[in-house]
Design a protein around this ligand. Sequence first.
Ligand SMILES: C[S@@+](CC[C@H](N)C(=O)[O-])C[C@H]1O[C@@H](n2cnc3c(N)ncnc32)[C@H](O)[C@@H]1O
Length: 211
Amino acid sequence: MSKYPVNHRKESHYRKAKQKGYRARSAFKLIEIQKRFNIFKRAFYILDLGSAPGSWLQVTKQFAIENLEKYNDNHYSRTYYKIMGVDLKKLTPIEDVEIVRMDLTNKELTNKINEYFNREKLDLIISDASINKSGNKFSDQARQIKLCYEILKITKFLKYKGNFVIKLFQGNDYEEFYKVLKKKFINIKSFKPKSSYKKSNEIYLIALKKK
Ligand SMILES: C[S@@+](CC[C@H](N)C(=O)[O-])C[C@H]1O[C@@H](n2cnc3c(N)ncnc32)[C@H](O)[C@@H]1O
């Protein structure tokens, strides 16, 4: 049990996000995921699904810039990065980041991705997309898993050995989704970031190395 009451901790993450200039406290979840799984290693072409208000895009851009310096060698490297964020909601622009306001289930997204990345495969796809919760745990979980299967289709743009992160709500269909993912990726880990609300049933699956 933490010595701080929940509201105090919530407030502290919120304050930290503000101090660092992040648009949301979710930024820390992605930073925790990176620390643990190094998903951004040699990632230059990156797609972020469910991006608003944009803190994952801010963190992604920082890691991509670092990668340009860090991996300037004879192995896979690039001299520039490309990052695209997709959301139903309007986002305040981020310099050098492509923002697409669209439902990620819209078939037109395929063209947008192909155009922006010049038909090249992506190094990393991350998704923090989540449905608007109704409060009914069962129907929310079912709607979220339906969205997750749509997101899974988008991994066709991921390169061989590319990494993928997706947010789910724990519940009935979770195991089945995990099994489907296991067929497509070499290594799957589930992860609940410390910066997630304790009472939330959200969980991230970190799928490493696409087969
Ligand atoms: C938790 S927020 C993402 C926060 C973001 N990662 C950040 O750090 O700022 C979830 C987002 O998923 C988006 N979303 C949900 N369903 C979507 C869909 N079908 N297409 C596009 N975006 C969707 C919502 O609009 C919402 O902005």
